[in-house]
Design a protein around this ligand. Structure first.
Ligand SMILES: [Zn+2]
Length: 282
């Protein structure tokens, strides 16, 4: 559920050039909002499990990623397509992949390594629609055989979640007894990131996905706030998903360090990491 925020902050803050162009900043912000959306859907995965009492086989974190992918692919819209593509790239660009981190702390975390997560989301995309996502999967080094296997992986994830969530669908016999309050706390120095999230109806849309479709048993809060660290989490004790503005800034910085003109980045993937890294994830 929780990331490793302090270490993220130490590692991923790039040395940005002084003059980030407006175009670069706009692209970085779009990338950051898209990646933030996927993180929020991941936390919604934890929330569904916690609030509806769903069983989870395997790692909680993989289950949350799996539900995030299923929900976003079900949206089947331009925005959800962009969220998934940018997020796969975000995981790919992340420095937390074991090979680039001193020590092996990354292996102790319950999350799969970030590069594995990139391949997982690409696998879900191509498993959902080979015709549309085949080219992307090939860019990530997935051969035809692997892409074919992803069909099964996606289908199984989709069917499992549908089966688990269906009994909780809203109906005349199954009414919600809770609502979701959406709160954007004072962003302080993170105002531009908060504005980008609000302009995207970041929390509102996600809250609607829950309340318009499922009978949640109690009142919940989706809150964006300053946390002092780059983090996002669902806490059943607070009946809340917390999303830290710092996380969106971190994601924008990640983009700028990789792609902004003159920032000395160059994190574009080459696709040569191949498919082995997905094995342990599937
Ligand atoms: Zn999590």
């Amino acid at each position: 559920m929780r990331w490793a925020p302090a270490i993220v902050a130490l590692w991923a803050m790039p040395a940005l050039s002084q003059d980030v162009s407006e175009n670069d900043m706009a692209a970085a912000m779009a990338f950051a909002v898209n990646n933030s959306t996927l993180i929020l859907y991941h936390e919604m995965g934890h929330l569904f499990v916690g609030e509806l009492g769903l069983p989870v086989l395997g790692k909680n974190e993989d289950a949350a990623d799996s539900l995030a992918a299923v929900l976003l692919l079900d949206e089947n819209a331009d925005w959800s397509d962009a969220v998934l593509r940018d997020s796969a790239e975000g995981w790919y660009l992340s420095p937390f992949n074991g090979d680039s981190v001193p020590g092996d702390w990354a292996f102790m975390d319950e999350h799969s390594l970030d590069k594995q997560r990139a391949f997982f989301f690409v696998c879900m995309m191509v498993g959902n629609n080979q015709e549309y996502y085949g080219e992307l999967a090939t860019e990530y080094g997935m051969d035809a055989d692997r892409q074919e296997k992803c069909k099964y992986i996606y289908q199984q994830a989709h069917d499992s979640w549908t089966q688990l969530l269906d009994p909780h669908a809203l109906s005349d016999e199954n009414l919600a007894s809770g609502e979701i309050e959406v709160v954007y706390d004072d962003p302080g120095e993170f105002a531009e990131y908060a504005e980008a999230l609000m302009a995207d109806s970041f929390l509102e849309y996600a809250a609607g996905v829950v309340t318009e479709n499922y009978a949640i048993p109690r009142n919940l809060t989706f809150r964006a706030m300053q946390c002092g660290v780059s983090n996002a989490y669902y806490n059943p004790g607070d009946a809340q998903i917390t999303f830290c503005y710092e996380y969106t800034k971190h994601l924008a910085d990640l983009y700028l360090s990789a792609f902004a003109t003159g920032s000395g980045g160059g994190g574009e993937y080459t696709g040569d990491e191949s498919t082995d890294e997905t094995e342990s994830n599937q």
